[in-house]
Design a protein around this ligand. Structure first.
Ligand code: DX5
Ligand code: ZN
Length: 226
């Protein structure tokens, strides 16, 4: 049986001038904090670095920090994010020539290793890596910005990954990122997503905590039926 669906608000859509109060506005209704790291090369945007992750870790020692690296050659930077205090560290398969080595490095440091694929990348690419990951992040928009529209066909990747996971006896989590919100959370949970990343759908609402409570009810109902 699946575990309960986890909710991971993305700080990309938080109030950058008031990060601490944005996080507190979640009132603990979330499971993880998702941190989008962008380098202006792999994606056409620049966001947070290890210093930000370290500051988060210092201010919120008990939070699960889910760090999504949308950067070229992530192997050069994983040590810095490990030191900063990331719990989950996810690298893009498209950005690294030696993803297995990078994933191993993350795990050697007792952090959870994730691999991600863009909408245009087949899940077949990461099939050989599945025994070496704690999470697969399926991008359901082209990474770079919040507030984009969910690409529904990406759920086919989730189905394939869940099937392979069962066949191989593995236990990695499947995370979906981009365009997720109240309108499709039940479908995503029922379709096999274990972690829902949500930026604008949470921080773009007047009361993020009550939005999360609503989405929690929606996914719990879906979990019961799954
Ligand atoms: C997109 C990022 C996402 C983003 C999602 O490149 O990886 O995590 O914050 O934002 P929404 O939920 O608004 O699509
Ligand atoms: Zn992300």
């Amino acid at each position: 049986m699946r575990g309960k669906t986890l909710l991971a608000p993305s700080l990309l859509s938080a109030d950058l001038m008031n990060m601490q109060s944005s996080i507190l506005s979640l009132e603990g209704e979330h499971d993880w904090l998702h941190v989008d790291v962008m380098d202006g090369g792999f994606v056409p945007n620049i966001t947070f670095g290890p210093g930000f992750v370290g500051a988060l870790r210092g201010a919120f020692p008990d939070e699960v920090l889910d760090v999504h690296l949308m950067i070229e050659q992530p192997s050069r930077m994983v040590d810095a994010f490990i030191t900063a205090g990331a719990d989950y560290l996810t690298v893009h398969a498209e950005a690294d020539h030696h993803v297995h080595r990078t994933l191993s490095r993350i795990r050697e440091n007792e952090r959870k290793a994730g691999v991600s694929i863009n909408p245009g990348t087949s899940e077949e690419i990461i099939r050989p890596l599945l025994p070496f990951v704690d999470m697969v992040l399926v991008m359901s928009v082209n990474p770079g910005f919040g507030g984009q529209t969910f690409i529904g066909t990406m759920m086919e990747k989730v189905t394939a990954l869940a099937r392979w996971r069962a066949a191989l006896g593995l236990s990695f989590l499947i995370e979906i990122d981009g365009g997720v919100g109240r309108q499709n959370a039940a479908m995503a949970a029922r379709g096999g997503c274990d972690v829902l990343v949500m930026g604008s759908a949470v921080f773009g609402t007047p009361d993020p905590a009550s939005t999360l409570r609503e989405i929690r009810n929606i996914v719990e109902e879906a979990d019961e039926r799954a």
